[in-house]
Design a protein around this ligand. Sequence first.
Ligand code: OAD
Length: 262
Amino acid sequence: MSNRQFELRPHHERVVALTGAGLSAAAGLATFRGPGGIWDENPDLEAAMDVDRLPENLPLLWRVWGSVFEKALIAGPTPGHRALAALEAKILTQNVDGLHQFAGSHDVDELHGSAAQAVCLNHECQWRAYLAVHLDESRDPSDPAHYGIPHKCPACGAPTRPDIVLFGEMLPTGVLEHSENATRNCDVFLAVGTSNTVAPAALLAPLARACGAVTVCIDPYADSARLAGVFDYVVREDAHTVLTRWADRRLREKRNPFLDPF
Ligand code: OAD
């Protein structure tokens, strides 16, 4: 790992960004780990996010993930989300808040599902629907009706659930393969606002490195020693500052290809 500061250069054309909860923290969404992290502060909540706890954990799932969806929709994308869209980075996200799409990124793989959608508990049923936001706080956020979703699937009658990957569940079909292909073929692999602790997402950076990409972690609180085996550079700065700087620079390069190199 290098202590030199990494800067995105014009020859870094194929940029893949693996994003995590730290990128959305500026939108008011809590991270999972670290101070204020929802798992670290509520270990029981993390335990309840297991596939073995279905269906009794459904009200909790609606409350937790429905509130993520509502908060994200109200706050909108952060500067970091907008900068990644401006950089035309391919997005592989562990986040379920939809903020990359709101920012205008059009190539987004959601590894852990989407809080914006509901699916049927019956795996053989294809029903799915988008949640709606009702800013009526008197309604119960652990009730799917709060988000305009029926309790029972209209197609087969099984209960409905948020379209989130729980512990013990497979990732959505094809998403991991698609993400791995993008990772194998990038020039630069950025890990942004993620603790790089949850597999299989955490295995993408080593894959990128093995395939010849430059690997960069952007996290102001990163444990550089732990990450040294995986990342060529650890940028211990706020992601919004770094990504906005890179996006501004790229815009100026597009306008003036003869801009001085760094
Ligand atoms: P974590 O909560 O594990 O890590 C968030 C990271 O963001 C931490 O390392 C912070 O230091 C960093 N961070 C905070 N503010 C930042 C900033 N301004 N700029 C850059 N980095 C910042 O979140 P994830 O790695 O996303 O899965 O967690 C991965 C998965 O664990 C989640 O998708 C979730 C959880 O269990 C499921 O629920 C399936």
